[in-house]
Design a protein around this ligand. Structure first.
Ligand code: AHR
Length: 661
């Protein structure tokens, strides 16, 4: 290895990683290798897919309930457990006495078949009795914040009293905000109020919501809801901090609603979109395959609004007659209702207000049709050992193409799955391939798509992620590991993105999965963005994704990297409008690399450029306490020419932007 001058070494290690980073960099100067990247800037080979990059989402890891969907009350409809009111407890202080129970004799409506009965035998203004909700691992109490509370209630004859709603500390000693709703009547009625904290409140999650009374009697609660301020103040809306993280990824599309969540464990518990529409207190919710019940507060209407708010087009996955525990619907007559359901769903998304389902969408608050280009038929149907997918896909495909010829249909069995599981009867417009791989495999396989057999349908990499621990993502033993990945995984992810981007003439869409994790409630690791009730952070992989998705370019430039034995990865594109060449480099080695960049076919190069670099020790990461430990840092590059050297730090992802004609 020859020692070279390192012209653009980036020294922006995260705080905790800094010492180690300096040590590594010291080592670097004695052992840097050189690589040669030759870019043929005058010979773009193809357009970058305009749908690079997107987001994949489903209800997993409390992604919506306890996550993006801003509702704070857990088990608001008392359906989480039919035997007991989970997440609720009795509060009775200073001589008060009360009992609570689910009451199927007093349902609110068909969607909420049991209410919560609170029978108070002793209470007074100084000794209140009530029920407390523990939220999704607490409540986010913030200063100077107004929360919207609403609930359905009724009282036994003769009660006539008030209900007080309070956000209180876990021990009940501190009241952060409180409001009184007078005169609870004998029939079911909706009540609403606001809870406002003052400016001095110290932020905490260690809080509960209490609904209490100050006199004996019986009341029933039918549905209890509390929302903090939401993204753009939309009702039934989204958590602003999480939304901002997603918007910052500049997603081009949103794949929803799954994933396994689309399929359900059984046909009955699939994502039945028609059940997810309308007033939230009339949505029954359903058990999800990830071990907890979904409120369906995030229903089809909310998914669509969410995508629109982010500027992301919907990639709509429709249930295709196969569920996780292996049940399938035979193609033919039995499958027809499910095909019709998919057609109705597409009409809900795209139909004019004069159509049945377009009118329903308008009633739900969105008269304008949504733009829809891709429909995915099922999810991971290569698991269907019955061999029915070929027939099921064909039936959906024919019906969709007949009514909506402009739509592209995605099959969920990849080009390289065993012959017997693949789709033969119809040629899918795209196939969805999923890749969850150890970091080393992503690095090794980063040439995979360069040699891919392009005779098959184009590819949607609808789920991918590198994992850096010994456990596959669904292995329960990974529970001891952090829910989000460290920098080592981000290096694998970046190499994988570079590989997809180089081939984005053929790989039309891609999205990391899973996207979200409540750190207290995960079923899967690694996940891109972590949070609790109060804080959100992006993993190093999140920042790697952001570096790629915000610097896509529109033309793929042919490039050749000679890097000796090292495993560097790269992708080169051009942004025509900006006149910029975008060079993405990934160095997964603990040694810096001097990269000699040779731009062929350019007449002039701006001497100044920029470099954004994500680097740290491989084990460095972000978490709730250290949210910005590993983040990219942008600096100026000088002395750029048709040939220049760039010092690529060890364990680093770099995006160089160079103006050239
Ligand atoms: O992303 C987590 C799960 O992985 C998805 O639900 C499923 O499609 C895949 O197996």
């Amino acid at each position: 290895m020859k020692l070279k001058r390192i012209t653009h070494i980036n020294r922006s290690c995260g705080k905790s990683a800094r010492l180690g980073c300096l040590l590594v960099q010291a080592m670097v100067f004695t052992a840097a290798a050189q690589a040669l990247l030759t870019i043929e800037a005058d010979r773009p080979v193809a357009q970058v897919s305009p749908t690079f990059y997107g987001l994949m989402t489903e209800e997993i890891n409390y992604s919506y309930d306890g996550g993006l969907y801003a509702e704070l009350v857990r088990n608001r409809a008392f359906r989480d457990n039919s035997q007991k009111p989970e997440s609720w407890s009795v509060v009775a202080a200073g001589g008060a006495s009360a009992e609570m129970a689910l009451d199927p004799q007093q349902p609110l409506n068909a969607a909420i078949p049991a209410s919560l009965r609170l029978a108070v035998s002793a209470a007074s203004p100084g000794a209140r009795a009530g029920v407390a909700n523990s939220g999704y691992w607490g409540f986010p109490v913030k200063p100077a914040t107004t929360y919207q509370a609403s609930f359905y209630a009724k009282a036994a004859p003769g009660f006539g009293g008030a209900i007080t709603l309070s956000l209180v500390s876990e021990d009940g000693a501190t009241v952060y905000a409180s409001a009184r709703v007078a005169q609870i009547g004998e029939g079911w009625k909706a009540y609403a109020t606001t809870l406002a904290t003052d400016g001095k409140v110290v932020p905490t999650t260690k809080a509960r919501l209490v609904l209490s009374v100050e006199q004996p009697g019986t009341i029933w609660l039918g549905f209890v809801s509390l929302f903090p301020p939401t993204w753009k103040n939309q009702p039934n809306g989204f958590r602003p901090d999480l939304m901002q993280m997603l918007v910052d990824l500049h997603p081009k599309f949103l794949r929803f609603p799954g994933g396994n969540y689309l399929e359900g464990n059984t046909i009955e518990t699939r994502f039945d979109w028609k059940q997810t529409l309308g007033p939230v207190e009339q949505r029954p919710g359903h058990p999800s395959p990830w071990g907890y019940r979904s409120t369906d507060g995030m229903g089809l209407a909310e998914f669509l609004r969410w995508g629109e708010d982010m500027g992301a087009a919907p990639v709509l996955a429709v249930y295709a007659g196969y569920s996780l525990q292996g049940a399938h619907v035979e193609p033919g007559e039995k499958l027809q209702p499910f095909v019709q359901d998919a057609l109705d769903e597409i009409e809900y998304v795209t139909g004019p207000v004069t159509s049945t389902w377009g009118a329903r969408r308008a009633k739900d608050g969105h008269p304008a049709p949504y733009p829809l280009h891709y429909v995915e038929i099922g999810n991971e149907d290569f698991f269907d050992k019955s061999g029915s997918y070929d027939g099921r896909f064909a039936q959906f495909y024919d019906a969709i193409k007949a009514k909506y010829p402009q739509l592209e249909c995605i099959a969920t069995v990849g080009n390289e799955q065993p012959e017997g599981r693949r789709v033969h009867s119809r040629r899918p417009d795209l196939v969805d391939e999923h890749y969850y791989s150890p970091v080393a495999a992503f690095l090794k396989e980063s040439g995979r798509f360069d040699n891919y057999d392009r005779r098959g349908p184009a590819i949607f990499v609808g789920e991918w992620a590198a994992y850096e621990t010994a456990f596959v993502p669904w292995d329960k033993r990974s529970e001891k590991e952090a829910p989000t990945p460290n920098l080592r995984a981000a290096l694998g992810d970046a190499a994988w993105m570079a590989a997809m981007e180089r081939n984005s003439d053929f790989i039309k869409l891609n999205c990391y999965a899973p996207l979200l994790v409540n750190v207290h409630g995960r079923q899967w690791r690694p996940d891109l963005i972590g949070y609790d009730a109060l804080h959100v952070y992006g993993s190093p992989s999140y920042y790697a994704c952001q570096m790629f998705s915000r610097n896509v370019g529109d033309e793929i430039l042919p490039a050749r990297l000679i890097a000796g034995a090292s495993q560097m990865a790269y992708s080169v594109t051009r942004d025509r409008a900006q006149g910029e060449i975008i060079i993405k480099l990934v160095n997964p080695q603990p040694l810096a690399q001097v990269v000699r960049v040779r731009l062929v076919g350019v007449h002039s190069v701006n001497r100044k450029g920029t470099a954004s670099v994500l680097e740290a020790l491989p084990e460095s990461t972000n978490d709730l306490e250290n949210r910005k430990n590993v983040v990219p840092v942008t600096s100026e590059l000088s002395d750029i020419g048709r040939e220049f050297e760039y010092g690529l730090a060890a364990n680093a992802v770099a995006v160089l932007k160079i103006k050239a004609k």
